[in-house]
Design a protein around this ligand. Structure first.
Ligand code: ADP
Ligand code: AMP
Length: 216
């Protein structure tokens, strides 16, 4: 199953992706995770991405498309994949269509997690991530049992450097001007499904799974 998660920063894409990839046994492809890993490793890609990520701006399309093109060709994507955070521009969406057409494949589901902008700042500034396994928590809405410690693997939790109030403002503006137009792009292709991302995490997971199974 070839799935795409859409929604503004903080909508819950990563949180839901962790659960859905387990249930459907497909790889989770997050361009944000790929950039953060490259930045940590200090690779040329990481250095390039850092110029943009640190400012809350989108990384240029050619850089981003290259990562996804390579990743989709790996063997573990043969039975399907879940894309999270890509595409984020019309030009990336067109590039994805081309990549998939070249592999004789297509998207099966585009799920849009709807969350009002007024909730996103609190979600993003309270987000904490495990340094070891990447699991996502929230200091208030989804806290780990022990503060600062991952409940799944015992790893240390950290706060992303772009989850500050100032950067969140820029990231949300980027979403509205460059990414939100993609909703109409996928709606026209009759692929778009809306899920209320403001509900409890478990409820959202169940609603997404229903959409994917066609049982909603
Ligand atoms: P995204 O990947 O879309 O940027 P995340 O999955 O990282 O968003 O979620 C952003 C923050 O909001 C995290 O701290 C997460 O724990 C929290 N969160 C996610 N889904 C919900 C929800 N349904 N209700 C409350 N908080 C949530
Ligand atoms: P995310 O982890 O999805 O919140 O992404 C973190 C940051 O990585 C974004 O603010 C962008 O700077 C960059 N990024 C992630 N995905 C993309 C994309 N598809 N296109 C451009 N930039 C991206």
């Amino acid at each position: 199953m070839n799935i795409l998660f859409m929604g503004p920063p903080g909508a819950g894409k990563g949180t839901q992706a962790e659960r859905i990839v387990e249930e459907f046994d497909i790889p989770h492809i997050s361009t944000g995770d790929a950039f953060r890993l490259a930045m940590k490793q200090g690779t040329p890609l990481g250095q390039k991405a850092k110029e943009y990520v640190d400012q809350g701006l989108l990384v240029p399309d050619d850089v981003t498309n290259g990562i996804v093109r390579e990743r989709l060709q790996q063997d573990d994507c043969a039975a399907g994949f879940l894309l999270d955070g890509f595409p984020r521009t019309i030009s990336q969406a067109e590039a994805l269509d081309e990549m998939l057409a070249g592999m004789n494949r297509k998207l099966d589901h585009v799920i849009n997690l709807k969350v009002d902008r007024s909730l996103l700042l609190a979600r993003l500034t309270g987000r904490r991530i495990c340094k070891s396994c990447g699991s996502t928590y929230h200091v208030l809405f989804n806290p780990p049992v022990e503060e600062g410690v991952c409940a799944k693997c015992g790893g240390e939790l950290y706060q992303r450097s772009d989850d500050t109030e100032e950067k969140v403002g820029t990231r949300l503006d980027e979403y509205i001007s460059k990414t939100a137009p993609l909703l109409a792009y996928y709606d026209k292709q009759d692929l778009l499904r809306e899920v209320d991302g403001e509900k409890e995490i478990d409820t959202v997971t169940a609603e997404i799974a229903d959409c994917l199974r066609g049982t909603e």
